[in-house]
Write a protein that binds this ligand. Structure first.
Ligand code: SAM
Length: 293
């Protein structure tokens, strides 16, 4: 059933009534289509036991829908003016709007301060575009044991998150997602279902966290992955030279490590899988004399 929060007339009316000007720099594009609200909420598979952390509730369209199914919704909103609007318009016993920057705050402390004590927790958000990647990385690396992360992002970022190896979209974000999660594209979303309409289309992605896909230490693995993608056109051998040097390894040791990992030095990083990078990292680490572990 269409809720009042998901209609363009509600959004335009409330903005007019409060004399509110949309802040583009905060990525404010409000979702005004119940079909997509339903798709996001149903992807999160909420139950009364769940706590939801929502980033950027805006005018509350997802917040209100999720509050019907979840035990508790904690919504972090940076814009004080919107926090004031929400506090008048979404008065529900299981919703708390917390003012502040979601990138800066300690999510675990915020939830604990509101009574969270280990219940299943899910992150659901129509993300502001300008913080998409750091926010997703924060969620992936969070201490909170998210059972699911359901986010609306620019279509291009969604494509990077679920890209196969070898293509132009494949990179550090793809591998970070694969390291921590099972990723699936829930739906594409046209730009026409927002007020105001953004300049790009969007997509909803669901990430289901799982134990790390490979056993190599995360910091070392991603140092190698970042080095490989910093200059995508370089061969893996050339791309890894500075890192090998930083780890105290000679060029001969880098070559040995690549051979041991079964990787030809002249391939580019973009054709290598997470497992390939794990083997390369492992072989490099074994050659380090001064304990990079
Ligand atoms: N959830 C609403 C919806 O779907 O219509 C609004 C989504 S809008 C794309 C992004 C929201 O995130 C805005 O309300 C914006 O003010 C808020 N926001 C932007 N930067 C933020 C940050 N660093 N921390 C928390 N909220 C932020």
């Amino acid at each position: 059933m269409t809720s009042k929060y998901s209609t363009p007339s509600y959004v335009r009316g409330i903005l007019r009534e409060k004399g509110y000007s949309i802040k583009k720099k905060l990525g404010q594009n409000f979702l005004v289509d119940q079909n997509y609200v339903d798709k996001i909420v149903s992807a999160a598979q909420l139950s009364p036991a769940d706590w939801v952390l929502e980033i950027g509730p805006g005018l509350g369209v997802l917040t209100a829908a999720m509050a019907e199914q979840a035990g508790k919704v904690v919504a972090l909103e940076i814009d004080r003016e919107l926090v004031d609007v929400l506090q008048e318009t979404i008065v529900l016993p299981n919703v708390t709007v917390v003012p502040g920057d979601a990138l800066a705050g300690n999510w675990q402390e915020i939830l604990r301060g509101l009574g969270w004590s280990g219940e299943p927790v899910k992150l659901v958000a129509n993300l502001p575009y300008y913080i998409t990647t750091p926010l997703i990385m924060k969620a992936l690396e969070s201490e909170l044991p998210f059972q699911a992360i359901v986010v609306m992002v620019q279509r291009e970022v969604a494509e990077r998150m679920v890209a196969p190896a070898g293509g132009k979209d494949y990179g550090v974000l793809t591998l970070a997602v694969e390291y921590y999660c099972q990723a699936e594209l829930v739906t594409n979303v046209p730009r026409t279902v927002f007020v105001p309409a953004p300049e790009v289309d969007s997509a909803v992605v669901k990430l289901t966290p799982k134990p790390p896909a490979v056993a190599v230490p995360h910091g070392k693995l991603f140092a190698a992955i970042r080095a490989a993608f910093q200059q995508r056109r370089k061969t893996i051998r050339n791309a890894l030279k500075p890192l090998a040097k930083e780890w105290g390894l000679s060029l001969a040791q880098l070559d040995e490590a690549l051979t041991e990992a079964g990787i030809k030095g002249e391939v580019r990083g973009e054709v290598l899988t997470l497992q390939d990078f794990a083997r390369i990292t492992e072989s490099l680490m074994q050659r380090c004399t001064h304990g990079v572990r």
